[in-house]
Design a protein around this ligand. Structure first.
Ligand SMILES: *Cc1c(COP(=O)(O)O)cnc(C)c1O
Length: 391
């Protein structure tokens, strides 16, 4: 009987609107890319996770088409029954090799990879120590275990150490962190985290969704950026951001970990094999990145240019070296209204407000891509200045 639920939803939905927190889904009528079409208008796109500019290109689509032509559409099976095709093994091998780990296992999404990871290895006898700003998928994944949960202050190593010290008589301890925090662009201090893990006998889990293909001289992610390659026990990542953008995900880890996940991980065992077109596109992007290190370099140069020009123009830009560059606003409404004004100026960005970010920390999260030209970067800075009355 819907009559009990409807009035609750009516009140909740009205409340979201009254607080100006309603999130509108804009309809894009073009492929993803540097430039997109919305409401019949061409806009420069500065809010995709399309860090290397692969999304929407002919290259990834052709790689996907070729994989579909060879392997056919749809396995109608999970991996262990009759869903494993040659291309799945090829992608697992290429991903493990690129990231320098023993083996890789594919998932439909990084959300599912995180859910499938924690419940497989950690139970009531174990403790999970998690950064307070970790992605929703880690939070939910950890909740599905019966492990002791300890939340440490965001990137606060003293608090992490205190939490590690406080764990008594547990079989396993694991530190869980995003490699890059998606709302802030913060890069996790993996060296310090690994040192503490060694000191207290803990495992290290990193979700590198925003970093694979993005950080490090050759795009191998936060471990490469922080010099901790070989010290991370479980690394989850997605093909749905820098590596093509359609979806699909992976865990790379020690051989025994991957072997055990294939036997026991519920979101792997009881969910369809990864779609083969996406496998083909992901193989293409991994190969391309390794042959064209200048792509990662271009992303880095664009990011530096944007940060420098915005700071010079008097904006408060948070984050660090990652292409996620939050432009901060004192008022919730200001972020949303500035994004609207930028839309009218041909720039597509989104204002984030509570509950996506904490109250009082509203922002426009600008995401830089290697697809942008230096002129695009100058344009967005000029438009920001124009709509904010800073010129
Ligand atoms: C985007 C993101 C995910 C989800 O990835 P999907 O493959 O889209 O499910 C998981 N973790 C982090 C840190 C992310 O930023």
């Amino acid at each position: 009987m819907y009559t009990a639920l409807k009035p609750i939803l009516d009140t909740e939905l009205q409340g979201i609107k009254d607080q100006s927190l309603w999130k509108e889904e804009r309809v894009i009528m073009s492929p993803q890319g540097r430039e997109i079409t919305v409401d019949g208008k061409k806009l420069l796109n500065f809010c995709a996770n399309n860090y290397l500019g692969f999304s929407g290109t002919d290259g990834v689509r052709e790689a996907s088409d070729a994989a579909l032509a060879k392997w056919g559409f749809g396995q109608a099976s999970v991996r262990f029954i009759c869903g494993t095709q040659g291309i799945h093994k090829e992608l697992e091998a290429a991903t493990a090799k690129f990231l320098g780990m023993d083996d890789a296992i594919l998932y439909s999404s990084c959300f599912m990879a995180n859910v499938g990871l924690f419940q497989t290895f950690f139970g009531p006898d174990d403790a999970i120590i998690s950064d307070e700003l970790n992605h929703a998928s880690i939070i939910d994944a950890v909740r599905l275990t019966k492990s002791e949960r300890l939340i440490y202050t965001h990137m606060d190593m003293a608090d992490l150490e205190a939490k590690l010290k406080s764990v008594k008589d547990k079989r396993l301890k694991v530190i869980a962190t995003d490699g890059v925090f998606s709302m802030d662009g913060h890069i996790a201090p993996l060296k310090e985290i690994c040192d503490l893990a060694d000191k207290y006998g803990a495992l290290v889990m990193v979700d590198d969704a925003h970093a694979t293909g993005v950080l490090g001289a050759t795009g191998r992610g936060t471990p490469e950026f922080t010099g901790t390659e070989g010290r991370i026990d479980f690394l989850t990542g997605t093909y749905g951001k820098a590596l093509g953008g359609a979806g699909g995900a992976f865990i790379v880890s020690h051989q025994e970990v991957v072997d055990y996940l294939r036997q026991r991980s519920r979101t792997y065992l009881f969910s369809n094999a990864m779609e083969v077109g996406t496998c083909g596109a992901s193989l293409y992007t991994i190969d391309y990145i390794q042959k064209h290190p200048e792509l990662v370099k271009k992303l880095k140069d664009n990011t530096t240019l944007f940060r420098t020009l915005m700071t010079e123009a008097g904006f408060n830009v948070a984050g660090g070296e990652h292409p996620i560059t939050p432009v901060m606003f004192a008022e919730e409404k200001q972020a949303v209204e500035t994004a609207k004004a930028l839309f009218d100026e041909g720039i597509y960005v989104v204002g984030f407000s509570f509950p996506v970010v904490p109250k009082g920390k509203a922002r426009i999260r600008v995401q830089i891509s290697a697809a942008h030209t230096p002129e695009d970067i100058t344009t967005i800075v000029e438009k920001f200045a124009k709509v904010s009355g800073k010129n």
